[in-house]
Design a protein around this ligand. Structure first.
Ligand code: SF4
Ligand code: ZN
Length: 305
């Protein structure tokens, strides 16, 4: 396999794009692709202040790296969840994220859930009705709350996450199996800002997981290899495996699935019926929009209601 650009030996072969590239040209191709998607979906401009949610994993650290290489003003946000039983997942991911930021002189906001709200994610989950033992629902609620809070309090225009195509296709697959109209409507590369909530964007949404893995390895980005221990057995992982089988037989199927969804959405296939438009108002405690009367779900959880 030869690099399409220079003819030297290729390092990465992408069957789905019928494209092979050497290390040098691959490391140029990925940011160029990201830039193309940032512009195409009007995610943000060079004048805006970006907050990147970094978990210490390959996708979010690579995203931060790419945005900086493209000349964007991007700070990081690390949320310490306190998931350290068995393996020191939070400890290690925080260490690697802080190292990444320190080595490059970047600004990293760190929020420690236990220090700020009194309990770790597994502790919150242990006594919550949500999730029944599995902390993922509590964890998602908490991360959303903190990301919105930091974006608002520190004046960031936009919040960027490292979701890749495999993540997006798996979520889409799940939502399609149940035809969850409301979720389908909200899934996409950009979620516009609403009163009290920052714009959310996913610049890597069209890049395959293995493309991001190759990028992080070729850029020598040190990231946490371990998944969160609670990810094991997650339905999204099962969907990813199914989609990988499909992709293996038909290279490009995953991307086509996601892109044809975006096309259908653009054509209004998932237009919002009146019935699912919810009345939102600010939470009495934190001010973030909620449909619940009084306190939002996060504040109710923290206040042990
Ligand atoms: Fe949180 Fe871990 Fe669940 Fe992800 S897998 S939502 S990090 S508890
Ligand atoms: Zn609240």
């Amino acid at each position: 396999m030869k690099c399409r650009t220079c003819g030297k030996k290729a390092s990465v072969n992408m069957r789905q794009h019928k494209l092979a590239l050497c290390k040098e040209h691959y490391l140029e191709w990925i940011p160029a692709q990201a830039e193309r998607f940032i512009e195409k979906y009007r995610m943000f401009t060079h004048d805006e202040k970006i907050l990147v949610a970094v978990s210490g994993g390959k996708d979010s650290l690579s995203l931060w790296d790419i945005l900086l290489r493209l000349g964007y003003a991007a700070d990081g946000l690390y949320i310490c969840l306190g998931i350290d039983e068995g393996i020191a997942y939070s400890f290690e991911s925080q260490r690697l994220t802080e190292k990444f930021a320190a080595e490059r002189g970047l600004k990293l906001n760190v929020v420690n859930v236990q220090q700020e709200y009194g309990e770790t994610i597994p502790e919150f989950a242990g006594r919550s009705q949500r999730g029944k033992g599995k902390p993922c629902s509590v964890c998602g609620l908490t991360k959303r709350h903190i990301m919105n809070r930091i974006a608002r309090d520190f004046g960031y225009d936009v919040l960027a996450t490292g979701h890749n195509l495999d993540d997006e296709a798996a979520v889409l697959f799940g939502n399609t199996l149940t035809w969850s109209g409301e979720y389908l409507l909200r899934q996409g590369p950009v979620l516009p800002a609403t009163p009290g909530l920052a714009r959310k964007v996913k610049p890597l949404c069209r890049l395959y997981e293995r493309e991001m893995l190759a990028y992080s390895l070729l850029r020598s980005i040190e990231y946490i290899y371990d998944e969160c221990p609670f990810a094991e057995g997650a339905t999204s992982i099962y969907y990813k495996e199914l989609l990988n089988k499909l992709e293996n037989d038909r290279p490009g199927a995953k991307l086509a699935f996601y892109l044809s969804f975006l096309e259908a959405r653009k054509k209004g296939l998932f237009a919002e019926p009146e019935a699912i438009q919810q009345e939102l108002h600010p939470c009495r405690s934190c001010g973030q929009p909620t449909s619940a009367p009084g306190l939002c779900a996060f504040c109710r959880m923290v206040k042990k209601d």
